[in-house]
Design a protein around this ligand. Sequence first.
Ligand code: ADP
Ligand code: MG
Length: 399
Amino acid sequence: MDIHEYQAKEVLARFGVASPEGALAYSPEQAAYRARELGGEKWVVKAQIHAGGRGKAGGVKLCNSDREIEEACEKMFGRKLVTHQTGPEGKGVYRVYVETAVPIDREIYLGLVLDRTSQRVMIVASGEGGMEIEDISANEPGSIVRATVEPAVGLQEFQCRQIAFKLGIEAGLVQQFVRTLQGCYRAFTELDATMVEINPLVVTGDNRILALDAKMTFDDNAMFRHPAVAELRDKSQEDPRESRAADRGLNYVGLDGNIGCIVNGAGLAMATMDMIKLAGGEPANFLDIGGGATPERVAKAFRLVMSDKKVQAILVNIFAGINRCDWVAEGVVQALREVEVDVPVIVRLAGTNVEEGQKILARSGLPIIRATNLSEAAERAVKAWQSDVARGIKVRVAT
Ligand code: ADP
Ligand code: MG
């Protein structure tokens, strides 16, 4: 789960990470009012979207007056901001953050990520802040400093000082840097984050170390134990297909192809997507209905997959261990009776109660295409979809 910049700054502030004073606004007038409340003469208006690269895309504007703030906001509110991180559809701007503009002496990149290879939290820093980390590693790879944290002892002060020295932080500022870095690490571990990125972390003209930007991503599976963080979710920034699925307790990832997948287990979902590709098709989604799926749950999954207009065939692939094929079959039949499914449906069942499952499908009299193994299922799904396209029933949507 991602959160907005202003939210990440609020979260990090509780862990001792300083950022410029700022305030949130939902309209241009409110933004100007908030700037007056903040005081000062220069402000930065920042579009709040779940993506970086806003500066280059017109989502971060330096303003010197009320009028400039309102004008900058008029250009942002209600629009889709397209940055190199949003994809071509962009992300809607419904809130802006008004922040005191600070004099910048130098910009630093600071990131904390979960490094799967070392199974540790890794700190990545560079004196070349302001650029995206991908550009830093392409253009200035030598400037990148890395350190991993031993989980048993946590991030040590000496490690933070080492990083500070490598970045060339002035001696008088090292203590502030250490506090900032340790705050980020504590926020990361205590709140089950998977990423904290401050780009740029700046040294100001008046010798303060401030987070000018902040990005945090959290582990969805841990959000049940952090209700205060879970509340920060902003569905306007998510793929609507994925947020609908999350609301229904289904594990769903939207993709760009035409063949909808309803599968149990993440591993089987990955294998199914591979087989669809091998057979010449493109999956429209990754949907894991999990173990112990009831007919209702299967029907929900159908509704969700059918709500994606790109879907032109549905492949149900169940390997039932904890699940029961008869329940899944009932779910399929129920879904086909209740939900308008005007695309070919291919079902492959294996495992617990498979005979009963097959009987339920056969008895239903519904035009379900059955398959006995995964490769056959994928081939039949792709073939059914291709023949629909060939007969002109379906127009192939760009994948
Ligand atoms: P993004 O990464 O989405 O482009 P940032 O928050 O990093 O957005 O802002 C882009 C740039 O704008 C920063 O690198 C910094 O130079 C400048 N900037 C952002 N906030 C401030 C601020 N409060 N005062 C001065 N400059 C700022
Ligand atoms: Mg940034």
